[in-house]
Design a protein around this ligand. Structure first.
Ligand code: AMP
Ligand code: MG
Length: 603
């Protein structure tokens, strides 16, 4: 059996990003931009008013208030879409609408509400003059020309997924088309002698072909163009004909015919036409899966069409589509984030995992009391397709787990959530491990100070085996916890401390969301058993052996010299250790992202 990751890795290695095409912007929703978009105009093009009011000179309003208005002569009016015909001279104002260009001479706009206009109108007063009831600062209610986008700005980067807001930005630049990676055409073939089309009367022994419809809808949902080939019969001739029809597509998806049944001919036909692999994937539902490429001669060239053979059971077919076909389609479209959006939820039912495969349990997720709860949607047989219609998530029970108990935390893939658009910021994290008395804490102190000096925001986390004393006897927080509080928080203007009773020790993954996302680096002392990257402190006086196995370590900080391939850094030289951490963990994780302004990249 191969793992889900291994199967996906192989599938993706055969799937290429498709070529770009120029299209009207409204047809580009959800597609990936294949060009950098620069602006050749300023947006807004001119200084203009952000309010309906009067354009004037700020200095003419000095000392103005409700009780002592400043009166200005109104010399004209300017509406959005037209240009001012007069300038604002000292002692004058021009009535202006939102979005209208600011007249020469004006440096502020006062809203109608801050003038006596309404009173004047209702008392039939003279509108050739206006009373200003407040003092305006220069720039008040003015939007500067080029404030949003300046001519020459890089506005959208190659690789950006176009959402409604990006399509609007393209329009605001006066672009009617854009270059985007084209959508893949995905041919869909159902196989089986038992299948009949939905427009036929049901006959004995037959069932309606539903997979074609589920798969076609999935293909559309993820941005592909489905090409329906219909039903292939369990005969070599029928399948060969149908598969031929699918070869002008970018990918072929079949359902059924990949398990061990006697009539499962798909394998034989595919083996004739290209390379094909049959895999037992370590997952449930959906163990049997076929993947290969079908070769087709196009003149002198052979075209290779990737083929994904999903199991026939409707649930298995959809679950395997989600795990394998969805990422393949997204990759063809040029998307970078292929993982299904996932959350952590409390499971409300026991789920047993008997056969050591990764179990995808259909669950209904609700949000309650600040957290997510997932309940299993009834019988989980792979033929019970309605379990899918009741579900909005797939709870993932790992292959190495015997199952979960109600109340446990599980990962849930959310079926109906859109794709992630930007990589969730992954905090660079590294743990300093070593024998007791090796100087881990000294190194932690030095590194924290060194990274602060470099302008980083650092979180430090210490593993404590011996428990934690809550504040000091007699203090209020101590009294809360003595009284039985399960969580005690102490907040002050510059610190928050948080104690919570646990019935099991939290993993790093569970602790990180509590730490928060705003740090540049997390330095951890201890947590030797976790999977985060580690640097071990080695001291001659404590022996020549090291605690961790070499594969686990990114480096060793030592005052000796070790006979090992691992990077060795000198004990006592914090700058060198910090340089290594910065280069290996911090800058790597930032290489594709923009750095926050003012934060220096490296030194
Ligand atoms: P197979 O993988 O061909 O052995 O099919 C496994 C099960 O899924 C059988 O019970 C089939 O009848 C069912 N099945 C296969 N293809 C479809 C389909 N297109 N629509 C609905 N059920 C199907
Ligand atoms: Mg079949």
């Amino acid at each position: 059996m191969i793992s889900v990751e291994e199967a996906l890795g192989k599938i993706l290695s055969y799937v290429e990003v498709l070529e770009p095409e120029q299209k009207p912007i409204l047809d580009c929703l959800g597609q990936v931009l294949a060009e950098d978009i620069y602006s050749d105009i300023d947006i807004p093009p001119l200084d203009n008013s952000a309010m309906d009011g009067y354009a004037l000179r700020a200095q003419d309003t000095r000392g103005a208030s409700e009780s002592s208005p400043r009166y200005l002569v109104v010399v004209g009016e300017v509406a959005a879409g037209s240009m001012p015909t007069k300038d604002v001279m000292p002692g004058t104002a021009i009535r202006i609408m939102t979005g209208a260009p600011l007249p020469e001479g004006a440096d502020a706009v006062v809203r109608f509400e801050d003038t006596d206009e309404v009173n004047r109108k209702s008392s039939g007063g003279d509108l050739s003059q206006i009373g200003i009831l407040c003092q305006a600062k220069k720039g008040l209610h003015i939007r500067g020309g080029g404030e949003d986008i300046a001519k020459g700005d890089l506005v959208l980067r190659n690789g950006k997924v176009l959402r409604p807001q990006e399509i609007g930005v393209l329009a605001s630049l006066g672009r009617s088309t854009a270059l985007v990676i084209r959508r893949p055409i995905v041919a869909i073939l159902a196989t089986g002698d038992e299948l009949i089309g939905v427009d036929q009367p049901l006959a004995p022994g037959k069932i309606y072909n539903s997979n074609t419809y589920t798969i076609a809808a999935e293909v559309s949902r993820y941005g592909g163009i489905p090409k329906i080939l219909g039903i292939g019969r369990d005969s070599v001739q029928s399948l060969t004909e149908k598969i031929d029809e699918g070869l002008d597509a970018d990918m072929l998806i079949t359902s059924g015919g990949v398990s061990k049944g006697d009539y499962d001919r798909v394998k034989d036909v595919l083996a004739e036409h290209g390379e094909i692999g049959f895999w037992a994937v370590c997952m449930k539902p959906g163990k049997p899966l076929a993947f290969g490429v079908i070769k087709k001669m196009e003149g002198v060239r052979t075209k290779k069409v990737p083929h994904l053979g999903l199991p026939g059971n409707p649930v298995s077919s959809m679950v395997t589509f989600e795990q394998f076909a969805r990422p393949a389609i997204l990759k063809m479209m040029g998307k970078k984030i292929l993982a299904k959006p996932a959350i952590r939820a409390i499971i409300e039912d026991d789920v047993v995992n008997t056969d050591g495969r990764r179990l995808f349990a259909r669950v209904s997720v609700t949000k309650r009391g600040g957290g997510y709860h997932a309940s299993v949607t009834g019988p989980q047989g792979s033929g019970v397709f309605t379990s899918m219609t009741r579900a909005n998530g797939l709870a993932v029970i790992p292959e190495n787990s015997k199952g979960v108990k109600a109340g446990d935390m599980v990962e849930v893939q959310m079926l109906d959530w859109g794709e992630e658009q930007d990589e969730v910021k992954k905090l660079p994290i590294v743990s300093i491990v070593g024998k007791s008395q090796s100087g881990k804490t000294v190194l932690m102190e030095q590194l924290i100070a060194e990274f602060k000096k470099r302008g980083y925001k650092v979180a430090a986390l210490k593993h404590s085996r011996g428990g934690i004393e809550i504040d000091h006897p007699g203090k209020d927080s101590w009294r809360y916890s003595q009284a039985g509080g399960d969580a005690v928080l102490i907040s002050s203007p510059d610190k928050l401390a948080f104690f919570k009773n646990l019935n099991h020790e939290l993993s790093i993954e569970e602790i990180m969301p509590i730490v928060g996302p705003e740090f540049d680096l997390v330095l951890v002392e201890g947590f030797k058993k976790s999977k985060i990257p580690k640097i071990e402190v080695h001291r001659k006086k404590l022996g020549d052996d090291i605690l961790c196995s070499p594969e686990e370590l990114s480096a060793v900080v030592t005052d000796g010299s070790l006979d090992t391939d691992i990077v060795q850094l000198p004990w006592g030289d914090t700058v060198t250790v910090a340089d290594f951490i910065e280069k290996t963990f911090v800058l790597k994780s930032q290489s594709s992202a923009f750095l926050p302004p003012g934060r220096k990249k490296g030194r």
